[in-house]
Design a protein around this ligand. Structure first.
Ligand code: HEC
Length: 283
C-alpha cells in the first residue's frame, strides 16, 4: 500500500497581511456580503469570499465537474494534495508551491487543459489570485478545522465528503473521500481496515452474494486526516455499494491516543463507519 509522504507543512508561518488591497469580488458582479470583510490568506476566508460565491454554482453536489466540489465542508479535502483529473501529474493544491498547484493555473488561465475558471465569468482579480497564492505558499493550512481544537472532541468521527451520505455517484467516480474531525493514526491503515463491497444487484449486504471491490487507500492530508479510497476497478458497475472502515475488533482505526474511532457516531469509542451509496447507470 502506498501512503503519501507527509511534507513538513509550514503550519505556523505568520500570515502576511496584504496591506490595504481591500479587494472584494464586486468587480465580478457579485455582491460582497455586509459581513464579508477583506479577503485574507486563510482557507476560511477564501472559502466564503471566493469558492462559495464564485464557484459553487457548478462545483457542488454529486455532479460537480471532475468530482471537484468547492462547497464548504467538501472543498478542502478535494483540493489539498488531491490530484487534478485534467492533469493528473499536478495536485489541485500543492502545499507550499502555488506555481505547481493546478487550482492556480486554472484561475490564472495557464492550465494545459480546459478553460479558465470561473467558467463563462470574468476572471478573478489578480489581487484575489495573489491571496490564494499566499495561502498555498503558507502551506495551505485548514483554518476552518482550527475551530475543532477549541471545542474538545471526545472521539474521532469520520465524515463522508464525496460521495456524501445517501448520494448517487457517477460510474466515473475515481475515489471516495472521507475526512476526520481529529487526526488519525494513519500507520494503522496498513492493515485491512477499509472494505468496499458491491451488493450483487439486490441492494442488500447480508444476502451472501456481495463482492469485495479492491481499493487503494491514500492519506491525503493530516489535520484533519483526509483519506482518499480509490477503487481498483473503474468504471464501477451500477449497483449499491457499502464502504466500511473498522472501528471495532480485531483491528480498529484509531486516533493518535490509540483510542478507536467513534465509527457509528454514538458518542462512545468503537463501531464501524459505514457509508452506503449508489452508483448510477452511465448515461
Ligand atoms: C459555469 C460552471 C463553472 C464555474 C462557475 C466554475 N467552474 Fe471550474 N470547472 C467547470 C468545468 C465544466 C470544468 C471541466 C472543464 C474545464 O476545465 O474547462 C471545470 C474544471 C475545474 C478545475 C480542474 C479540476 C481538475 O481536477 O482538473 C478546477 C481546479 C476548477 N474548475 C476550479 C474552479 C474554481 C476555483 C472556480 C471558481 C473561481 C470554478 N472552477 C468555477 C465548470 C465551472
Amino acid at each position: 500500500m502506498k501512503l503519501a509522504s507527509f511534507s513538513a507543512l509550514c503550519m505556523t508561518c505568520t500570515l502576511v497581511a496584504c496591506a490595504g488591497d481591500g479587494e472584494g469580488l464586486d468587480e465580478n458582479g457579485r455582491p460582497a456580503g455586509e459581513d464579508s470583510g477583506t479577503l485574507q490568506p486563510t482557507f476560511q476566508s477564501i472559502q466564503s469570499l471566493v469558492f462559495t460565491p464564485a464557484c459553487t454554482g457548478c462545483h457542488a453536489g454529486a455532479a460537480a465537474p471532475l468530482g471537484l466540489r468547492l462547497d464548504e465542508g467538501a472543498s478542502y479535502a478535494l483540493l489539498v494534495n488531491a490530484p487534478s483529473v485534467e492533469v493528473p501529474a499536478l495536485m489541485r493544491v500543492q502545499p507550499g508551491n502555488p506555481d505547481a498547484s493546478y487550482l492556480i493555473q486554472k484561475i490564472e488561465g495557464t492550465a494545459a487543459v480546459g478553460a479558465r475558471m470561473p467558467l463563462n465569468a470574468p476572471p478573478l482579480p489578480q489581487a484575489t489570485v495573489d491571496v490564494i497564492r499566499q495561502w498555498i505558499a503558507d502551506g495551505a493550512p485548514n483554518t476552518s478545522g482550527g475551530g475543532s481544537q477549541k471545542t474538545r472532541i471526545e472521539f474521532a468521527h469520520l465524515i463522508a465528503v464525496s460521495p456524501m451520505r445517501f448520494e448517487s455517484a457517477p460510474a466515473s467516480m475515481r475515489e471516495i473521500v472521507v475526512t476526520s474531525d481529529t487526526e488519525l493514526d494513519t500507520s494503522l491503515l496498513q492493515s485491512d481496515l477499509v472494505t468496499l463491497r458491491v451488493s450483487g444487484g439486490d441492494g442488500e449486504f447480508a444476502a451472501g452474494n456481495e463482492r469485495t471491490v479492491p481499493v487503494q487507500v491514500r492519506v491525503r492530508s493530516t489535520q484533519p486526516s483526509v483519506l482518499a479510497i480509490e477503487p481498483r476497478v473503474t468504471p464501477l458497475a451500477a449497483d449499491e455499494y457499502e464502504l466500511r472502515i473498522s472501528g471495532s475488533d480485531p483491528v480498529a482505526l484509531a486516533d493518535l491516543a490509540a483510542r478507536p474511532i467513534d465509527g457509528d457516531h454514538d458518542g462512545t469509542a468503537g463501531g464501524d463507519f459505514v457509508l452506503r451509496f449508489t452508483v448510477e447507470t452511465a448515461r
